[in-house]
Design a binder for this molecule. Structure first.
Ligand code: GLU
Length: 299
């Protein structure tokens, strides 16, 4: 028997909804409706310092103005610390996570010493200095907690739109942070714990997040959780050709004119512009994606 479809839109309240974030909101809503599923909104406010006070309420109002309303009470990640702590403790007990004392500079120096300096504009791949088998913290205070990326664990997964994807997490990102040095929970852990706790079967989100999926699948496996199906939507590009964001001038969606905004989002999703009726967009989405119901598990 199929698990009933449960999808979500999970904005970070770092500013109001803009043309780019509405695309992910609309796509996730259409996909849920096309599968007669449940659609949830989750406010991802784990990174408190980046959150803008009141942006969560504004986003919810903007969504409501567009006719996109969560089917169940909205959840805030800032209330979910106990669940993230329990997941961290489980990972530590299993040997899948360990404390790390390294500062950014320590990591740069270790990489330099190993002859593998970080390439410009590339994130550093953690050299494993604090891995328990390499001596652990060696008396230094723990700053952050890292997930141990298994060696030779190439993660293969299928994106419903982008097709087959693969990433060797150990080589591409290394042991990644799940609890940050400033005590905040990392997105990777919070999103995996919450998707599972909310029974999410289908994740529909922007393509800029596709690169995180392999890490999230590793966390799901380590925590004994089911991997949802993934669909990453096209991005809206700003004038500089980069993903539209607050930083490159994305305008907040005007609450007064949802039809124009929804039509623009529908065009990005390659749905024919219409009178702005979501019902029409839904018919097109269902024709394209509705039949492909499957909880794809990673290989
Ligand atoms: N909170 C993330 C963001 O706004 C999205 C997380 C997700 O959909 O997995 O970029």
């Amino acid at each position: 028997m199929r698990t009933p479809y449960r999808g979500r839109f999970a904005p970070s309240p770092t500013g109001p909804l803009h043309a780019g974030s509405l695309v992910a909101a609309l796509a996730s809503w259409l996909d849920a409706r096309a599968h007669q599923g449940v659609w949830l909104v989750r406010i991802e406010d784990v990174d408190g310092p980046r959150c803008v006070p009141g942006a969560d309420r504004l986003i919810l109002d903007q969504l409501t103005a567009c006719g996109l309303v969560s089917d169940e009470p909205v959840q805030w990640q800032s209330m979910r610390g106990d669940a993230y702590e329990a997941a961290l403790q489980r990972l530590v007990a299993q040997g899948d996570a360990y404390p790390c004392a390294c500062s950014r500079q320590d990591i740069e120096l270790a990489l330099l010493a190993a002859g593998t300096p970080r390439e410009r504009h590339q994130a550093a791949i953690y050299p494993g200095t604090c891995r328990p088998e390499r001596g652990g913290l060696r008396g230094r205070p723990a700053r952050a907690w890292r997930f141990r990326a298994p060696l030779r664990a190439r993660v293969d997964w299928a994106d419903r739109r982008l097709g087959p994807q693969t990433q060797d997490v150990a080589r591409a990102v290394g042991d990644f942070i799940i609890k940050r040095a400033d005590g905040l929970w990392a997105y990777q852990l919070a999103v995996v714990v919450d998707d599972a706790a909310q029974g999410i079967t289908h994740v529909v989100r922007g393509e800029d997040l596709a690169d995180n999926t392999a890490r999230q699948i590793l966390l799901q496996r380590a925590l004994g959780l089911t991997t949802p199906a993934y669909l990453h939507t096209p991005l809206v590009l700003g004038p500089n050709g980069e993903k539209l964001s607050k930083q490159n001038g994305a305008q907040a969606l005007a609450l007064g004119d949802p039809v124009v905004a929804l039509n623009a989002a529908a065009r990005v999703l390659d749905l024919p512009a219409s009178s702005g009726s979501v019902a029409e967009a839904l018919a097109h989405w269902t024709a394209r994606w509705g039949a492909r119901w499957a909880t794809r598990r990673s290989a």
